[in-house]
Design a binder for this molecule. Structure first.
Ligand SMILES: [Ca+2]
Ligand SMILES: [Ca+2]
Ligand SMILES: [Ca+2]
Ligand SMILES: [Ca+2]
Length: 578
């Protein structure tokens, strides 16, 4: 079967980016002539004295950042997340490899083999902590030679046979080749991450301090247990006008995320509901606080925008840009932001790219950002969710609800599950390799706890009138005796806030006004103080009947009685009514 696709680059505006990338790539090719086969982990003996130690996380950073990272290391260790810092300078001295990048990767392998680490945090922008460029040939109208940064290189330590993976299996010093060059060469990549990884692309100590402060506050305050965390901001429109199904792809992906993230209250900044015509609406929604933000549309290094339905107009007018991000004031209410737009994480070209700006802005922004280091490629129409970062959005939102507890797990399991269900063609290679995690991989974004039991059946009226307020009560218990919060779903796309806290077993009450007649299915769910949610209760069906006609008839009768009492008596007499 031949699959006919129209792959559309989701790029905003024109760009010389390819040229820029090519220039940067040439700079990176200052490689030693040491062949991969000459390298062996057996050569590394100097850290053996430490080999009995166990760590959960290694932080790799230049000397420059030692003191500004110290509070983070202390914070992690105080939480029993055993963390050690290794500087790039030490690694370059102590480890072998054909270049600095490979030396870093050998150190990560060492830490994995000897210390059984789970997390790798890279701290430094492209100049301070280099990353590997991969090489994919993929012919389409915008570009055909794809050369971009991939931090997945540092996480995919072992190949499928459990051996160290150089990402240069044909040993020509060109990495991650896929149908590359005139000889159409390939490197055999496993791609499955073996550690959870994240990068703080800091260019100076000030940026490190901002990130460290944010991470410590986020974890100390248990962001995931706060009431604002279960708000979900989704931003999108018609990413690709002209598809035969007339799908608004951005909103379609948003909707998939909403459906996966049951119990999160969506705030839709959409083209179709008019919210996306003003960038301030994005600003206000993020400032209000939310656990997650999804941008599904187009981007470039410092901007995001998309289209209204079947139009090529760009909205919001003036786009959503770095200058908006820099004035966010959400304080410690910091979301994890996911973007499927192009170039949002191209930190080698712009050290203040959209994604990194979001993380490093001091008075708000986000705690972690997931986006691409190159062009996002995807299908149009309903197939938008079958490939590309759009598919990752769906996979990750599902995985979060199924128990991912750290930012690194969210990224790593997302990549893992993407690969498991992909045919792994060029588009899939591009997607998993370009998907950049900016943030602390060990960041705790959920906590394991026994969920509250499914709430008892709701108590309250089963019928009523429009524009009248009705009260409903709910209760349940938590096996850990945790305090509980309740969310009521009113069946008309409206939700209560998360109400609480209540002691386990106590009743919670909420009220609602239905403004249209109908049969409504209302339900309630609980979450404990750790943010772990129960299932929804059984539904209670509430009937808000059409009562307008009845009112008219009743009013007419009252009016008749008032004005024609005598006549009515006459009629009654005539009809011998009594
Ligand atoms: Ca190669
Ligand atoms: Ca692997
Ligand atoms: Ca479309
Ligand atoms: Ca619990």
């Amino acid at each position: 079967m031949k699959l006919i696709i129209r792959v559309t680059p989701k790029i905003y505006g024109g760009s010389n980016l390819k040229k820029l990338l090519t220039i940067l790539v040439i700079n990176v090719f200052i490689l030693s002539t040491i062949g991969a086969s000459a390298l062996s982990i057996n050569n590394i003996t100097f850290l053996k004295s430490l080999s009995s130690e166990k760590y959960d996380m290694i932080i790799i950073a230049p000397n420059l950042f030692i003191s500004s990272l110290q509070p983070l290391i202390e914070h992690k260790n105080s939480r029993n997340l055993y963390t050690i810092l290794k500087t790039t300078e030490e690694i370059y001295d102590e480890f072998q490899g054909r270049d600095e990048i490979e030396k870093i990767k050998y150190f990560i392998k060492y830490a994995l083999d000897n210390w059984n680490i789970k997390y790798v945090m890279l701290v430094g922008g492209a100049d301070l902590l280099p990353a590997r460029y991969v090489h994919i040939f993929y012919d389409y109208e915008y570009q055909n030679e794809w050369v971009f940064l991939s931090d997945l290189y540092y996480a995919d330590i072992y190949d499928e046979h459990g051996n160290f993976s150089t990402w240069d299996t044909n040993e020509n010093n060109i990495f991650g080749e896929y149908n590359w060059g005139t000889l159409h060469l390939y490197d055999e990549l496993d791609l499955y991450p073996d550690v959870y990884l994240g990068r703080l692309a800091c260019v100076d100590e000030n940026e490190v301090t901002i990130c460290v402060d944010k991470i410590i506050a986020y974890e100390n305050e248990k962001a995931y247990a706060q009431s604002w965390f279960t708000d979900l901001v989704v931003i999108g429109g018609d990413s690709l006008p002209g598809d035969k199904e007339h799908i608004d792809e951005g909103e379609y992906v948003n909707q998939g995320v909403i459906e996966n993230m049951d119990g999160f209250v969506p705030k839709k900044i959409w083209a179709s509901n008019g919210e996306l015509y003003d960038a301030e609406n994005i600003q206000d929604a993020i400032d209000a606080g939310s656990g997650f933000v999804f941008f599904n549309g187009h981007g470039h290094l410092s901007i995001w925008a998309t289209h209204p339905h079947e139009s090529y107009e760009w909205i919001p007018p003036g786009s959503y840009t770095n200058s908006h991000i820099n004035t966010l004031s959400n304080g410690n209410k910091l979301p994890i932001v996911v973007s499927d737009a192009c170039y949002h994480c191209t930190y080698n070209v712009a050290s203040d790219c959209f994604g990194w700006t979001f993380v490093k802005t001091p008075l708000g922004g986000c705690i972690a950002f997931l986006g691409s280091t190159d062009v996002d490629v995807s299908h149009e129409g309903v197939d938008i969710v079958t490939k590309g970062i759009e598919k990752l959005c769906i996979v990750m939102s599902e995985n979060y609800m199924e128990g991912d507890c750290t930012f690194g797990e969210l990224w790593g399991h997302g990549i893992n599950d993407y690969i498991n269900t992909a045919e792994m063609d060029e588009m899939d290679y591009i997607t998993v390799e370009e998907f950049q995690p900016f943030g602390d991989p060990s960041l705790v974004i959920a906590e394991l706890s026994n969920p509250p039991e499914k709430p008892e059946d709701l108590d309250g009226p089963k019928s009523g009138k429009i524009n009248e307020e009705y009260n409903y009560t709910a209760s349940t218990i938590d096996p850990d005796e945790d305090q509980l919060y309740y969310l009521f779903s009113w069946g008309d796309d409206e939700f209560s806030e998360w109400i609480g806290p209540f002691d386990s077993g106590d009743s919670a009450e909420a009220s609602h006004i239905w403004t249209e007649q109908g049969e409504y299915e209302i339900k309630v769910k609980a979450k404990d103080e750790n943010g772990v949610q129960s299932n929804w209760s059984n539904p209670l069906f509430v009937s808000i009947p059409r009562n307008k006609k009845i009112d008219i008839h009743l009013n007419l009768l009252i009016w008749l009685l008032k004005h024609f009492t005598n006549e009515l008596q006459m009629i009654r007499y005539i009809l011998n009514f009594q």
